[in-house]
Design a binder for this molecule. Structure first.
Ligand code: PA5
Length: 475
């Protein structure tokens, strides 16, 4: 995607926080003075993140991904071309940060029924992201793919995640039984030196592998080979994705939150959290952006949900992300958002120009309740419904703001995801917690190791056995 300066301007995403202000929300909204009260903290967060950009030891390597991957991108494009020629299906085996990004980009930028399209209408092989160990899902995936014709991208930084590695064992066994050399059908995306996939690769005589850099944590990895290879395989323009991220990064240079969209969102959310709004609803009005809400939920929850500050003091911070889809969830959740507790802030993701407009034909002329729809388009309808929902929430004194994408394409998605990554990093610094660790996730991983008999976890296993359900409390 080649973009003129004019087109770049046209594709600039914006943040509209009208409905967060006291001017429109009355006493339930924030005055400029109230928001400015957080400006010093926001500036300090901004200074910290930008002074330490790219530092692997602080897990800030992801900030440089839009710029430092020229060679890797070319390699990925070549590999993706080979994959498209050779395989009928491409399966990502990964979980959490190793899966949500690839799913998001696929959902956003490919046909919504991509796998159902005939081969001639798809830009690549059928595409699956298997981020669970539900035994039924595993079995039923195998019902629809032929492992010998499938490329498996095993994505795991540690190579020690039970879910991903169990899937790998299943697939490796099937490939072996089918007489296929495993290394022909797998690609690893993992740590450069450490981790089990590095060892497995050596044992197999060298598997094609991509590196997930030291300073790039799972949930900040979508712009690394974790996200770029799967995206390239299904024909997504990964260079445009990176360009979009770079364009947002440029707008994040300012330490004035009125000029920096990510810092503005961090300030809005910080102000809401300080005010007891412990739930953050992410509500895209676009099926193509549905998985953005899933990806964002992990980014926000895993990064900010912490029980210790950077200076070692106990705390319990974070905001619970809730995923909703416009207009679908207007008919399930909006009642609660409009009239329930004042504990939420809603972020709308709006689209100005959808890929399709889908005209609504005239008809049922004798029934005015239906006839008024004719002559409009579904694009007009979904946009009207979003505007109406934001209006109703505002009338009810409910905090909401809108991130507006002129279109959904690689360049705007790149901007959006970099905005959210920066917003999260800033918010972590404002809350004085480490947004790049996840001790709470690690605890669950370790308990699973113990339950399934991994050597070295015997003591914990004993503990877990004593934690069995108490029959006195089972009805
Ligand atoms: O964001 C994170 O760090 C996590 O969600 C990890 O991505 C997830 O736990 C998978 O870990 P790994 O890549 O080591 O398999």
């Amino acid at each position: 995607m080649k973009l003129s300066e004019e087109r770049r301007k046209e594709l600039k995403i914006t943040v509209d926080y009208t409905n967060m202000t006291d001017k429109y929300l009355g006493a339930k909204g924030y005055s400029e003075k109230a928001l400015n009260a957080h400006a010093r903290r926001a500036k300090a967060a901004h200074a910290y993140i930008h002074a330490n950009r790219g530092r692997d030891d602080l897990f800030l390597g992801w900030t440089e991904l839009p710029y430092n991957q020229t060679e890797i991108v070319e390699d990925i494009l070549t590999t993706a071309k080979l994959i498209r020629k050779k395989f009928d299906a491409f399966v990502v085996l990964g979980i959490g940060g190793s899966a949500l990004g690839p799913s998001m980009a696929f959902n956003a930028l490919c046909h919504l029924h991509y796998n159902d399209l005939p081969k001639s209408k798809r830009k690549g092989p059928k595409f699956y992201v298997e981020d669970n160990v539900d035994p039924v899902r595993m079995k039923e995936l195998l019902d629809v793919i032929d492992v010998t014709n499938t490329c498996f991208n095993v994505i795991s930084k540690s190579g020690a995640t039970s879910e991903t590695m169990s899937q790998y064992l299943v697939i490796a066994d099937l490939l072996k039984k089918a007489g296929v050399n495993i290394r022909e059908n797998v690609i690893f995306t993992t740590d450069a030196k450490r981790g089990n996939l590095v060892k497995i690769s050596k044992e197999l005589g060298g598997v094609k592998s991509y590196v997930l850099g030291d300073g790039v944590g799972g949930r900040f990895s979508e712009l690394s080979p974790v996200g770029l290879l799967p995206a390239a395989v299904v024909g997504i323009d990964i260079k445009a994705l990176l360009k979009g991220a770079a364009a947002m990064d440029k707008r994040c240079k300012s330490s004035d939150f009125h000029k920096n969209p990510a810092l503005l969102c961090a300030v809005l959310q910080y102000a809401a959290m300080a005010d007891g709004k412990n739930i953050g609803v992410m509500m895209p009005y676009s099926d193509n952006l549905r998985a953005v809400a899933d990806w964002y939920a992990q980014l926000w929850a895993e990064s900010l949900g912490k029980n210790v500050t950077l200076d070692g003091k106990p705390c319990n911070v974070g905001q619970t992300p809730v995923k909703a889809l416009g207009v679908t969830d207007q008919h399930s959740q909006i009642q609660l958002y409009t009239e329930g507790p004042f504990d939420k802030v809603v972020t709308f993701l709006a689209v100005d120009r959808y890929k399709e407009t889908s005209p609504i034909p005239r008809g049922c002329e004798s029934i005015p309740d239906v006839a008024f729809l004719g002559g409009h388009t579904m694009e007009q309808l979904i946009q009207a419904e979003m505007f109406a929902t934001a209006y109703a929430l505002t009338k009810a004194g409910r905090l909401n703001y809108t991130i507006r994408l002129p279109e959904v394409n690689e360049y705007t998605l790149g901007q959006l995801l970099f905005l959210f990554e920066m917003q999260t990093a800033y918010a972590g610094a404002m809350l004085n917690v480490d947004p790049f660790n996840q001790p709470g996730v690690e605890a669950g991983k370790k308990a699973t190791f113990a339950l399934l008999g991994k050597p070295g976890y015997e003591l914990q296993r004993h503990d877990l056995e004593n934690a069995a359900p108490d029959p006195d409390y089972i009805v």
